[in-house]
Design a protein. Structure first.
Length: 121
């Protein structure tokens, strides 16, 4: 039995660009305040998902601040160090913007372990 294979080049055409951002950095540990490096997000909205625990096992409030450079605004959200994943979403980025994220815990004597994901659409 004989087989032959013929390769024919074809041109692929995209009907639109879908380059929305998705960042999944390594988990971090911090005392008091954590600031992420500014990243670029495209699309009209972005979201931040946070899962956090306190080293001593006590649930504490964390304040998440998202600074959107294009609009020069700060959006504040709260989450807790109880191991539950919570999402702050529909943060307007006006078609694309750089954004920085700061997470604050009022008790700076306790180590916070946090996993964070950020994305846009």
């Amino acid at each position: 039995m004989m087989f032959s294979l013929i390769a024919v080049p074809t041109q692929v055409k995209a009907n639109g660009v879908s380059t929305f951002a998705y960042y999944d950095p390594a988990p971090v540990s911090f005392y008091g305040t954590f600031s992420s490096m500014g990243k670029h997000y495209d699309g009209d909205y972005m979201a931040v998902e946070v899962t956090a625990t306190a080293e001593d096992g006590i649930s504490r409030e964390l304040i998440i601040e998202v600074y959107v450079a294009y609009t020069n605004t700060i959006h504040r959200f709260r989450t807790y160090t109880d191991g539950v994943t919570r999402k702050a979403d529909y943060i307007p980025i006006a078609g694309g913007s750089d954004a920085g994220i700061t997470v604050k815990c009022s008790d700076s004597s306790v180590r916070i372990n946090m996993d964070m994901k950020m994305y846009s659409w």
